[in-house]
Design a protein around this ligand. Structure first.
Ligand SMILES: Cc1cc2nc3c(=O)[nH]c(=O)nc-3n(C[C@H](O)[C@H](O)[C@H](O)COP(=O)(O)OP(=O)(O)OC[C@H]3O[C@@H](n4cnc5c(N)ncnc54)[C@H](O)[C@@H]3O)c2cc1C
Length: 334
């Protein structure tokens, strides 16, 4: 079976890990960047994502490269604890969740893919289903036939646009701010400081580094300085983090968006996975974990029965209920 994976992000590399090395599968991955370019900062990965890494035999490496999170602490702006969630109890699992640098997760996903057939600086110019195959014309003008094309090309998926057209985004919030900082000694778990203005979340992603996710409820109307202002009077270490100008120089400002729900994740032999299929805002930090779940589920479907015509429908039947369930709960956190 000849399979093309479009995009070497969490979903694409996750799927490559399930399929790579199987002698019945000829796998090609294309990535539009000219080399690995991992944008962004840190990730919180709840146990459903960590479980996929465990099932792929990479959980321990991820735990070594990341930071094990066993509690989620909700504090007010003065630093008083409102809620302490014991994640080992909730997930009934030891070392359930992880904070990890995006680059480190990428290294984990690449750790078992030494012989991967990957082409950088490459994307799809045109694709067309012909009988039981997909004819792909690449950006360099070359063409090839595949039995299955998996689009793991992220929230702005060109593959999705070419087979389904423009799908609207629900813009939930204009911008959020993310920082990588030296890990404060007092922060050893997922720790959220909150007030009526918004939240300042700090997650250790290694023994040395922590990741901050800052969200101001009024963000659409504010300049970056105004956005950060309410958090400057929060308890330590939030105030200290914001008073250190070096921390802010490395800030990532980004939009958070939700893709309108798709009826079908793709078309025929072209399947969408990860953010390409169902990007949601990071309120439950589920984007990466859903991408890993998708990769695992599709990979197993391929290994169990490669003889299907409508892959997109079969994959949708497998995943849509679960994804809709997560999206509905995510919306409750807006
Ligand atoms: C502010 C913010 C915070 C977040 N926090 C978290 C969090 O804490 N935890 C979490 O789990 N998730 C979080 N997410 C969501 C998470 O980043 C995504 O859900 C996840 O990266 C999706 O993985 P993916 O592989 O589907 O897509 P991506 O990670 O976007 O990967 C897509 C890949 O495809 C490549 N590509 C794109 N177009 C093409 C093309 N035409 N041809 C070839 N290659 C192409 C890209 O270069 C990239 O390598 C957050 C998102 C945002 C915006």
């Amino acid at each position: 079976m000849k399979i093309l994976i479009v995009g070497g992000g969490i979903a694409g590399l996750g799927l490559a890990n399930v399929l790579n090395g199987n002698s019945d599968i000829e796998l090609t991955v294309i990535e539009k960047e000219s080399k690995w370019h991992i944008a962004g900062s840190g990730l919180y990965t709840p146990y459903n994502g960590v479980k996929v890494l465990d099932d792929l035999g990479m959980g321990e490496l991820a735990r070594t490269k990341g930071y094990i999170i066993s509690h989620r602490l909700f504090l007010d702006e003065k630093g008083q604890t409102i809620l302490d969630l014991d994640l080992e109890e909730i997930w009934s699992f030891k070392k359930p969740c992880l904070g990890i640098n995006r680059k480190a997760l990428h290294e984990v996903l690449l750790s078992k893919l030494e012989n991967l057939n990957i082409h950088f600086n490459c994307s799809i110019q045109h694709l067309q289903e012909i009988e039981n195959q997909v004819k792909v014309t690449f950006s360099n003008g070359e063409t090839a036939m595949f039995d299955l094309v998996v689009a793991a090309d992220g929230i702005n998926s060109d593959t999705r646009k070419s087979i389904i057209g423009n799908i609207p985004f629900r813009l939930d919030q204009h911008q959020v701010c993310r920082l990588l900082i030296d890990k404060p000694a007092s922060i050893n778990n997922w720790t959220m400081f909150g007030s009526n203005d918004g939240i300042f979340l700090i997650i250790p992603i290694s023994d040395e580094i922590a990741y901050c996710y800052i969200s101001n409820k009024q963000s659409a109307k504010l300049s970056q300085e105004e956005f950060l202002e309410p958090f400057r009077s929060f308890a330590s270490p939030v105030s200290d983090i914001l008073n250190n100008k070096e921390n802010l120089k490395k800030a990532y400002w980004s939009k958070v968006e939700e893709l309108a729900p798709l009826e079908t994740y793709g078309k025929g032999r072209i399947v969408l996975i990860g953010d390409a299929a169902h990007a949601i805002p990071p309120y439950m930090a589920q984007g990466g974990s859903l991408a890993l779940e998708d990769a695992y589920a599709l990979g197993k479907m391929i290994l169990e029965d490669s003889n299907r015509d409508n892959w997109a429908q079969a994959f949708t039947n497998k995943r849509k209920e679960r994804v809709d369930w997560v999206r509905a709960r995510n919306r409750k956190r807006e």
